[in-house]
Ligand binder design. Structure first.
Ligand SMILES: [Zn+2]
Length: 261
């Protein structure tokens, strides 16, 4: 949970104290943890050609499997909108992730979700095709911040420098492999507990920003810390316990695309 700040109770604080709290509560990491837009375990190659829009990459399979008809997956949770552009993007989906971030998926053969659907990370949103201005089945994929194309980052690692043709660089997907939705945490000494209660025993402590996979979330004890108040807790796949959503690096108190426990 980020950026929505609860200042109730701080009205009597001195200016210097408030400034210190704001500094402490502002994490460095803002982007969602994006994963590959194709299924777990598959290997695809990617390229950026000279006529490409923004900082897009085109992906085709390079593991022997067919590209056409392969599921296209949401690379992070959000809200999916469906569009069609003849002679351009064809059937395409835009997912809004919050915090100014969106991802684009062009040339789909078919849509797999309703317009406006809330989608989870790793959920199938369409199938790979060649609709619009395309010479063969591929996924045209983009990551945008406030409408501007960004260098594509998967699992926190940049895919730059972009190759100008296929079969120079490859990406193997871990999207949807182990269940759960990936997020970064922020803050230091964040406790993971056996249940969504402040008094529950500590399972482990996250020393600093950590990549975690949230299996589900539920309401528990209300926690107030670093200027935030929230009663939603996330169940972590790898740590096998619960942490307050305050220290999940996402603007929403209740995480979108994550089921309730
Ligand atoms: Zn493209």
């Amino acid at each position: 949970m980020r950026s929505i700040r609860f200042l109730v109770g701080l009205t009597a604080a001195l200016c210097t104290t408030l400034a210190a709290t704001l500094l402490v509560a502002t994490p460095a990491q803002a982007a969602p943890v994006f994963k590959a837009p194709f299924p777990c375990g598959q290997r695809w190659t990617y390229s950026h050609h000279s006529a490409e829009v923004r900082l897009a990459l085109d992906f085709v399979r390079s593991d022997g499997g067919g590209t056409a008809g392969t599921p296209v997956l949401a690379s992070a949770p959000g809200t999916a909108r469906r569009y069609y552009q003849a002679g351009g993007a064809g059937n395409y989906i835009v997912i809004t992730h919050g915090g100014g971030w969106t991802t684009y998926y062009f040339h789909l053969a078919a849509f797999s979700v309703a317009d406006g659907a809330t989608v989870g990370q790793g959920q199938q949103i369409g199938t790979t095709g060649s609709t619009g201005n395309s010479t063969g089945a591929h996924i045209h994929y983009e990551q945008l911040f406030n409408g501007a194309g960004q260098t594509i980052v998967i699992n926190g690692a940049s895919l730059a420098p972009y190759p100008g043709s296929y079969n120079q660089r490859h990406l193997t997907s871990d999207n949807g492999c182990g269940g759960g939705t990936a997020f970064w945490t922020w803050g230091t000494g964040v406790r993971v507990r056996t249940d969504a209660r402040i008094a529950a025993p500590t399972v482990t402590t996250l020393a600093g920003p950590t990549l975690v996979h949230v299996l589900c979330q539920k309401q528990g004890d209300t926690v107030t810390a670093d200027g935030y108040t929230n009663n939603w807790w996330s169940r972590l796949r790898d740590q096998n316990g619960f942490m307050t959503n305050i220290y999940i690096d996402h603007p929403a108190s209740q995480l979108p695309g994550v089921p309730n426990c």
